[in-house]
Ligand binder design. Structure first.
Ligand code: GDP
Ligand code: MG
Length: 447
């Protein structure tokens, strides 16, 4: 990380061998509860990002264990490559070891990679369960030569506050983005889908008036412009910095960079390449967009290379592979030949309008009464869930607080069903919807 590059967000990856407790720690630290509000329905993977807030700001925690859900035990080579990527892409690194086992050879190799940047590394000695002395256990790890050591037990909620304090002590200051003028559109997608080409095409488009020089932060190029007097910001990710990476490293770096560009954007364009099929990496990036409740449109790009126009096939393929991203309209574009650009703005406008929609209490109440009559929960465990009240608590994303009996019985498929009905009832087809379902709505959930 260059010291001078401005950052707009602090990313804190959690790294370490399998089974040291990375995901347990992640789940303990993040404040967004996964059970009802946070989980991504329809995705067979754990969520990998969440935020922690203190008086000193907000940081984004990244659970790297969730990067490879198909590989519960990644190889040492993979883990070492991952450490290099995280040193480069993250600001503060949490390196987790297990106090109930010996320091392994792999731990020592990881430490070698972390020592040069140890001023922003925390060695987390996990599984120091009640009955074991925190300081004595930590002392066993000083031989590794890392200056910040925090002993704790994630499973027993022990000493987590010390880690939190440490994270904020080491986190760099973030640069405040310029005052918001118009909606922010981010171009996201795996390397080579054509993000930068489209970025340049949009800026060269004859209806676009660029009002200022592009600003560059650590990973994002950001430019303000207007189209027909409407103002926008467009963001591109900078891309891969280091040469000769293996495929997995490229993918992990892209995940980190996508997290950066999603922060502070309203509508993400998830770009796909007409010549490829939707793969795991596309699904993973789509999952990040859903996790962060961003507006989204899917751009199938490079249509100039299509020998036959079979958009219907592409739509079906997307509906299948990205079924958890139902609210994203699909557009066909060519950055190279400037096809479909006007449609991008029209679609972004429509999405943004829905993301910022405020419902009158009356209208919401009537829609809710209707929904209550019609709803039958898909899962048998939820038959005793009775919806009682609804209230809109936020926009961008549109957020509803719902009161219900036994809300913890709801499954992912119930939530998916509920969201779908709400979307239909409220004519919110293009926007993500965030739901907070609780047993009792309190006064604070009122606006
Ligand atoms: N045929 C075609 N090629 C494109 C298009 N957009 C980008 N490319 C090519 O795809 C490659 C990667 O493009 P780039 O914009 O750098 O992708 P990025 O990594 O997503 O920013 C380059 O060789 C571009 O010339 C397009 O719309 N059509
Ligand atoms: Mg690029």
């Amino acid at each position: 990380m260059s010291d001078t590059a401005k950052i707009r967000q602090v990313l804190v990856p959690i790294v370490g061998r399998p089974n040291v407790g990375k995901s347990t720690l992640f789940n303990r630290l993040i404040e967004e509860k996964r059970a009802i509000t946070g989980s991504t329905p329809g995705l067979t993977r754990d969520r990998i990002t969440g935020t922690i807030t203190s008086d000193n700001g907000t940081v984004t925690l990244v659970d790297t264990a969730g990067f490879q859900p198909d590989h519960p035990a990644p190889s040492p080579g993979f883990i070492l490559n991952q450490i290099e990527t995280m040193v480069e892409e993250g600001e503060v690194i949490l390196f987790v070891v297990d106090a109930t086992t010996n320091i392994s050879q792999l731990d020592r190799e990881i430490v070698k990679k972390l020592r040069p940047v140890q001023e922003r590394v925390v060695l987390v000695v996990n599984k120091v369960d009640p009955g074991r002395d925190l300081e004595v256990t930590a002392a066993d790890y000083y031989e590794l030569g890392l200056q910040h050591v925090v002993p704790l037990s994630a499973a027993h909620n022990r000493n987590l506050s010390e880690l939190k304090e440490k994270i904020f002590e080491l986190a760099p200051e973030v640069f405040a983005p310029p005052e918001k003028t118009g909606m922010r559109i981010a171009l996201t997608g795996r390397p080579n889908v054509g993000k930068s080409t489209l970025f340049n095409s949009i800026l060269g488009y004859d209806r676009v008036m660029v009002s200022e020089e592009p600003g560059t932060t650590r990973d994002v190029v950001d430019v303000a412009f207007s189209v027909d007097d409407k103002r926008y910001h467009l963001m591109d990710t900078v891309g891969i910095r280091r040469k000769s990476r293996v495929e997995e490293e490229v993918e992990e770096a892209a995940v980190m960079q996508t997290l950066r560009s999603l922060e502070g954007c309203d509508v993400a364009c998830l770009m796909l390449d007409w010549n490829d099929r939707v793969n795991k990496q596309d699904q993973r990036l789509a999952g990040l967009i859903v996790d962060r409740y961003r507006g989204c449109m899917i751009l199938v790009n490079k249509t100039d290379e299509a020998d036959e126009k079979n958009e219907k096939n592409w739509r079906n393929h997307i509906a299948e592979r990205l079924h958890f991203l139902k609210y994203a309209p699909v557009l066909f574009t060519s950055g190279k030949e400037r096809r479909g650009l006007a449609n991008i703005f029209a679609t972004a406008d429509a999405i943004y309008e829905q993301m910022n929609r405020r419902f009158e209490a009356n209208q919401l109440h009537n829609a809710f009464l209707d929904l209550k009559q019609r709803i039958t929960w898909p899962s048998s465990s939820s038959q005793d869930v009775i919806l009682k009240q609804i209230r809109q608590v936020d926009i961008n994303p549109v957020t509803f607080a719902l009161e219900a009996d036994n809300p913890s019985h709801l499954t992912a498929s119930d939530l998916r069903h509920l969201r779908k009905l709400l979307r239909d009832q409220l004519d919110l087809k293009l926007a993500p919807i965030k739901l907070n379902i609780v047993e009792r709505l309190d006064e604070e959930s009122e606006e």
